[in-house]
Design a binder for this molecule. Structure first.
Ligand code: CMP
Length: 134
């Protein structure tokens, strides 16, 4: 059970002006923000951030999307943070995400699905390093 996690508000949600509303949900739930940063990821950062997906058919599309505009990265702390936040963001394919989840309420995309959250402690460590946080 890890008490810290990272979320990324993705370029589609930043462009649509959803940053505040998305982060508000995690504060409302009880998470404490430890660090927040707006970042324009370059290709190298994106490849490191998403290195576990290298070689998958959607990798190029994913890298080009995540580098298409600024993202907002937030490190937050709270009980069982990794699992609790994964529940709150909803299914990867936003068109199938449950209402009440971030993706379920704000998006329809698979690539442009508005938010990412760490799925393990190893991912959290890799992702924060790729962003130059921590
Ligand atoms: P994310 O949680 O950021 O982790 C990897 C991302 O790859 C995922 O959200 C999706 O936005 C994106 N992606 C694009 N196509 C696919 C796919 N076919 N399967 C899984 N993830 C995909």
């Amino acid at each position: 059970m890890s008490n810290r996690t990272l979320i990324l508000v993705k370029p589609d949600a930043v462009k649509r002006g959803l940053v505040g509303r998305i982060i508000q949900r995690f504060e409302d739930k009880g998470f404490k923000l430890l660090d927040i940063k707006m970042v324009e990821m370059n290709r190298e950062m994106a490849e490191n951030f998403y290195s576990v997906h290298k070689g998958k058919p959607f990798f190029e599309n994913l890298v080009s999307f995540i580098t298409s505009g600024p993202v907002v990265a937030v490190i937050m702390e709270g009980r069982n943070a990794i699992d609790a936040v994964r529940v709150m963001i909803g299914s990867t394919d936003a068109s199938k995400a449950a209402p009440g989840s971030v993706r379920g309420d704000f998006s329809l995309g698979l690539t442009d699905n508005s938010i990412h959250a760490s799925d393990s402690e190893e991912s959290f460590t890799r992702e924060t390093a790729a962003l130059g946080m921590q």
